[in-house]
Design a protein around this ligand. Structure first.
Ligand code: ACO
Length: 402
């Protein structure tokens, strides 16, 4: 790779690769994906093992620092994050200014960007102490911000974090708890949400992570870089897919639940409709995370008193698509987000919060990738080239002659 880029530079040639389908923009030791074999590993550990045996904060430590923590390291990391979960009191007031129907992803990216205004003395990307404290502040405050974005949308008062609770439990209480009423965290919900965060924690150079690296390559601080990542994740082709999947399932249900007609619409490309939650740039056989999520969806939804008809629609969609040559020949399989929305819905999250949950999970990945980029001597400011297709040189025509 390095040899080719040097050769291209010396000969003045430019590669044209829309969407960077075949271009590596960096080297990285964090996440390994083999899209044909359906393999995903963080720092060498298979995703299946981490999802089953680890916890989200342990995986965050692994991604950020490169090794699984010792018991003491994990306890210190957890404690440090716990101590920073409060937002600056003035920052709480930001939430009053947003319109009530604001999308929580827009609130999240604005608030993450605004964190840097409170810590202007510790933003130097090349000062390791600044980077450590910024890492902890982000890990600690993003769940608080996410739950405040939700509280704002339903007009409920904001709660203060309860530092006797674990990371995910605290987030659940901040989101669903109300003042002066006890809130019992359902341990199954907490465990599944923790596992879903693990599944989303990193995915090498996807759109949002590449954005974090690109913004950070100008030496922008961690908060500025991560808020750009949140905005990249907002789009329906990326993090917004989990919301789009649920809306698609609701739409099919409202139309009478005829799955085959919907699949035909996708195949006819009517109104540009896609089978949301299907397909992936890298996984061309299956997404290893999708199998884990499908099982969790069946477990969580199976506990509900009233079955969700959308789960049946999703399973029927999957079955029909996996037996249809249109999808098989294009190697389109369910991705991680095909079933996550159903789980989030069963947990009580409104659709608008789904992408925020993705952001909470992806946070340690963004941080780990930004830190790797800043410390990599090969890093240069990101600056792609273009193939110019505009007008050749022409002379200015005065306004009166046009
Ligand atoms: N439904 C119907 N057709 C599809 C779908 C889909 N979900 N995905 C791809 N295709 C078709 C394309 O139209 C194209 O067909 P053609 O060759 O006849 O023109 C072919 O399959 C190849 O697809 P590309 O668009 O070239 O694949 P790309 O790698 O660029 O896109 C993407 C990947 C964006 C994920 C795409 O599959 C998609 O839009 N999926 C739906 C949105 C989604 O679920 N996004 C979540 C991604 S995973 C994540 O962010 C966690």
């Amino acid at each position: 790779g390095i040899g080719v880029s040097k050769l291209l530079k010396e000969t003045g040639m430019t590669t044209y690769d829309p969407g960077f389908v075949n271009t590596a923009a960096c080297s990285s030791a964090i996440t390994y994906i083999d899209g044909d074999a359906g393999i995903l590993r963080y720092r060498g550990y298979p995703i299946e093992q981490l999802a089953e045996k680890s916890s989200f904060l342990e995986v965050s430590y692994l991604l950020i620092y490169g090794e699984l923590p010792t018991e003491q390291q994990l306890a210190e990391f957890t404690e440090w994050i716990r101590r920073h979960s409060l937002l600056h009191e003035e920052m709480r007031r930001f939430f009053d200014g947003f319109p009530r129907d604001a999308h929580p992803m827009a609130v999240l990216s604005s608030a993450v960007s605004a964190i840097s205004t409170f810590y202007q003395d510790s933003l130097d990307p090349f000062d390791s102490e600044h980077v450590e404290i910024s890492t902890v502040r982000l890990m600690a405050k993003v769940p608080t911000i996410a739950s405040y974005a939700y509280k704002k949308s339903i007009g409920q008062p904001l709660l203060y974090p309860d530092n006797s609770l674990g990371y995910v439990e605290n987030f659940l209480r901040l989101t669903f708890g109300v003042p002066a009423e006890p809130y019992e965290v359902d341990p199954v919900v907490a465990k599944v949400l923790d596992m879903l965060f693990i599944l989303h924690a990193d995915h090498e150079q996807n759109c949002s992570t590449s954005t974090v690296r690109l913004v950070g390559s100008s030496n922008a601080n961690l908060f500025a870089s991560v808020s750009a990542g949140v905005n990249a994740l907002f789009g329906p082709l990326h993090g917004g897919a989990n919301q789009a999947v649920l809306e698609m399932l609701q739409h099919i249900h409202a139309d009478g639940g005829d799955v085959r007609t919907f699949v035909q619409k996708v195949k006819n490309r009517e109104d540009g409709v896609k089978l949301m939650g299907f397909g992936h740039r890298v996984y061309k056989n299956y997404d290893p995370r999708a199998a884990i999520v499908k099982k969790a969806a069946q477990d969580v939804l199976g506990r509900m008193a009233k079955p969700d008809p959308l789960l049946d629609i999703a399973m029927e969609l999957e079955e029909i698509a996996l037996a249809d040559d249109f999808f098989v020949s294009r190697r389109l399989y369910p991705n991680v987000d095909f079933y996550t929305g159903l789980i989030y819905k069963a947990m009580g999250f409104p659709t608008k919060m789904f992408t925020v949950l993705f952001a909470l999970g992806r946070l340690p990945g963004w941080i780990a990738q930004w830190r790797e980029m800043i410390n990599d001597p090969e890093t240069k400011i990101g600056r792609p080239r273009q193939v110019y297709t505009g007008s050749p040189e022409r002379s200015y025509v005065p306004l009166t002659d046009r």
